[in-house]
Design a protein around this ligand. Structure first.
Ligand SMILES: NC(=O)c1ccc[n+]([C@@H]2O[C@H](COP(=O)([O-])OP(=O)(O)OC[C@H]3O[C@@H](n4cnc5c(N)ncnc54)[C@H](O)[C@@H]3O)[C@@H](O)[C@H]2O)c1
Ligand SMILES: [Fe+2]
Length: 380
């Protein structure tokens, strides 16, 4: 086994209702006078941002809220948010929201030091020093962004989503509160849940899979399988929401340690060019990319089948069938035409996907451009 590096945020505070303890924990950090809360309009509507703001005021910490984070943020959007800060200085940045908000928070915390521009840090290991400390609070289950060193930006000019990857993006503190996810609408529960499952399964079959990532990936697969359909149909089930959120956090830890692979690589041009929601793109691609390399990954999928509570007999086939059943039960779109993709676009999509070598290198079976085209074609 090659040397493995596992890293995770400074502290993880978890449990139902732990969101109400954020201000207390911040006080214990000491010397914090001002914070910036980064969030999105639907989180404001849920009242979570106001709750956080009020709790900070009570303990005498000055806070400012930026609430306009868009879904699947573009380079331009992040730069505009950075400009809105107008050079103001904060001791801590708190990200409260889904992966889009958490990724933006990580990036703004680095940009606010004024040392580097966004264009300078896109890619792997290009951030030269830590930004302002971040506290990340996920409200989707989810990207696992709260525990990863990644932030994903949409780059329309490149027709891709591209990762900013750096050890300097790890959060100082994370709050994992399943109660914050009770308000997720079914469609977002489905898309984000399938994203989390894709993280776990891809990390488990990745060329970089290792004993540490395996432990998190298998537990993530088990929990997400348990909660997925229930959380979609019965969003108020706290038990299902717990399974999904812990499953998502462990999926993030798995991917931080071993990496996702071809499903994510093929999903990025669908997001970058056709605005297909990240989790939906992954859910559509997942069974096809797994089927493409079934022989190479069958022993791993047998283990995954076990974690999913499926029969050991023909475990790999059963995993694929289960994923297909989920996408039907969760009403996830099945055809790329719904997003405006035509057969003429397939060649360009495959070329763009082939540029995501960071993730393709993790894939057990190499994909040629023709392989990628035929996978996309299965979705038309
Ligand atoms: N950094 C990473 O490691 C990583 C990993 C995977 C994906 N991503 C990126 O994360 C982004 C997607 O994040 P996401 O899937 O969490 O979705 P999202 O953050 O885009 O949120 C989707 C929608 O759900 C709303 N929402 C969030 N929480 C809610 C709640 N509790 N109740 C009601 N509405 C709520 C949001 O406001 C938004 O409108 C993509 O850009 C993707 O590429 C990052
Ligand atoms: Fe993802």
């Amino acid at each position: 086994m090659k040397t493995v590096r596992f890293q995770t945020p400074g502290a993880i505070i978890a449990g139902n209702g732990c969101f109400s303890e954020v201000s207390k924990q911040i006080i214990e950090l000491g010397k914090i006078k001002s914070i910036l809360i980064v969030t999105s309009p639907s989180i404001v509507r849920q009242g979570f941002a106001t709750d956080l703001l009020n709790s900070m005021t009570k303990v005498g910490i000055a806070s400012k809220v930026i609430s306009g984070v868009m879904r699947e943020p573009t380079v331009q959007h992040i730069e505009e948010l950075h400009e809105q800060l107008d050079g103001q200085v904060f001791d801590v940045f708190i990200g409260l929201g889904g992966g889009s908000v958490l990724d933006v928070t990580k990036l703004l915390a680095v940009l606010s030091t004024g040392k580097q521009m966004l264009a300078d840090i896109i890619g792997i290991d290009r951030i030269t020093s830590r930004g302002v400390p971040t506290i990340l609070i996920p409200t989707t289950s989810g990207t696992g962004s709260e525990v990863t060193p990644n932030a994903i930006v949409t780059v329309p000019e490149e027709q891709l989503k591209i990762g900013v990857v750096s050890q300097h993006l790890y959060a100082a503190m994370v709050f994992v509160d399943p109660e914050l996810t009770l308000s997720l609408p079914p469609a977002i529960t489905a898309a984000t849940g399938m994203d989390a499952f894709t993280h776990a399964l891809e990390s488990f079959i990745s060329n970089k899979a290792n004993p540490i990532s395996d432990m998190f990936a298998l537990e993530s697969i088990r929990l997400l399988s348990k909660g997925m359909v229930e959380a979609y149909h019965n969003g108020q089930s706290l038990q299902a929401r717990e399974s999904m959120l812990y499953g998502s956090v462990y999926g993030g830890m798995a991917l931080a340690c071993s990496g996702t692979a071809a499903v994510h690589a093929l999903a990025y041009p669908l997001g970058g060019r056709f605005n297909v929601t990240h989790g939906v793109a992954n859910a559509m691609l997942l069974p096809h990319v797994m089927a493409f390399q079934l022989a190479a990954i069958a022993p791993r999928l047998d283990l995954a089948a076990n974690a999913m509570g499926l029969s050991d007999k023909d475990g790999a086939e059963q995993v694929l069938q289960c994923i297909i059943n989920w996408t039907a039960q969760l009403h996830i779109p099945q055809n790329l035409r719904d997003f405006g993709v035509t057969p003429d676009d397939i060649g360009e999509l495959a070329i763009r996907a082939s540029q995501v070598t960071r993730l393709l290198n993790n894939n057990p079976k190499a994909l040629s451009i023709t392989d990628m085209e035929s996978i996309y074609r299965k979705l038309l």
